[in-house]
Design a protein around this ligand. Structure first.
Ligand SMILES: C[S@@+](CC[C@H](N)C(=O)[O-])C[C@H]1O[C@@H](n2cnc3c(N)ncnc32)[C@H](O)[C@@H]1O
Length: 329
């Protein structure tokens, strides 16, 4: 489970301490309703609701995506976070990018940036943080950085704005462009459209797809049958539990994502695209294959080492051993 860094979670607790629990709960409920209606953060209470209920989830997802491509991120020295909110991405980046020197954080909401600065203080020193008020839909060019991220932002842009922002974000990404959206059909649709646009621009897909070809789930998605998404377990903190009125100390956050690079990437590996089904003596894996197709494979005890690997594999992991297996009849 991906817990918030202690300093960040303490800072959030301090920020919310003076608010009556009912007030936070109502604000969280209102924010959820607003998102469902295509409305976003407007008031200080919405911002506080965001850090109580949504930030732990978006932080956990970001960390999970970074973990999946961890070795590639080691050389990253500069990061541009478009639509940063309170900048929780910088905390996740500091964990996996040992050479990170500077992070530029763009958001149009000055109060979210202020709250982010207040929560962060000097805790990410010596990384330099530049908090910039900016409407990314109106920006002609973004400054070049090693990695550029749009996390839970495409959803807040019109289709036309998404295309412009993606083109400019890709143009600003020296090494990687990372997109993260909710693991809903709508979130996946944004990722799928972005993937089509970016591969047309010559981008090389690093994750989750093990190929640059058309998405093999696209037709099932158009028929409303399936979509590509993953899941991460998020521990609920004190305010998060209160806000969500949840009995469980955790929640499973679904997400869709895409990582592309302007440079050719090493040979990709097949990906487990659904929760593995573990039965006595065999494991069923749904895989996206490097040939650009989807296949269900059954790995039984007779497969020896592959079976041992399959027993431990998780939804979203890479799978190296398809060549040993025969597809399910
Ligand atoms: C759902 S929040 C996500 C925040 C953060 N990226 C995260 O993952 O937690 C969406 C953010 O995008 C920002 N945003 C939406 N449209 C924007 C625009 N046109 N220019 C700049 N920021 C924008 C909002 O102000 C908000 O902070």
């Amino acid at each position: 489970m991906k817990a918030l860094p202690l300093q960040l979670s303490n800072a959030i607790d301090r920020e919310l301490a003076s608010l009556h629990p009912d007030k936070i709960r109502n604000a969280c409920f209102e924010l959820t309703q607003r998102y469902a209606n295509g409305q976003f953060i407007e008031t200080q209470l919405h911002r506080q609701a965001y850090i109580a209920a949504r930030l732990p989830a978006t932080y956990g997802v970001t960390q999970d995506v970074f973990r999946r491509i961890g070795p590639f991120l080691k050389p990253v020295k500069s990061l541009l976070d478009l639509g940063t909110g309170v900048g929780s991405l910088a905390w996740a980046a500091a964990d996996v990018m040992p050479r990170l020197k500077r992070v530029t954080l763009f958001d149009r909401d000055i109060e979210l940036l202020r709250l982010g600065q207040h929560l962060t203080q000097n805790n990410l020193d010596p990384i330099q943080l530049a908090w910039c008020r900016d409407d990314i839909a109106k920006e002609e060019v973004f400054p070049t950085h090693d990695a550029v991220v749009l996390s839970y932002v495409l959803n807040e842009l019109s289709f036309k704005e998404q295309i412009q922002v993606l083109q400019r974000a890709y143009g600003a990404a020296d090494k990687f462009l990372i997109l993260i959206e909710p693991g809903t059909p709508q979130g996946f649709e944004h990722i799928l459209n972005a993937r089509t646009l970016l591969t047309e621009l010559g981008a090389n897909v690093l994750a989750p797809c093990p190929h640059n070809g058309p998405c093999p789930l696209a037709s099932a998605f158009k028929e409303g049958k399936d979509w590509c998404h993953f899941s991460v377990r998020i521990p609920r903190g004190k305010y998060h539990r209160r806000a969500k009125e949840g009995a469980l100390p955790y929640e499973d956050e679904k997400y869709s994502y895409l990582v592309v690079s302007p440079h050719p990437q090493p040979h990709p590996k097949d990906r487990v695209i659904k929760a593995p089904i573990r039965k006595t003596g065999h494991v069923i894996l749904d895989l996206c294959l490097e040939e650009g197709s989807i296949e269900r494979q059954i790995i039984s005890k007779s497969h020896g080492k592959q079976y041992t690997t399959a027993r431990d594999i998780d939804w979203g992991d890479e799978w190296n051993d398809s060549s040993y297996l025969s597809p399910q009849e």
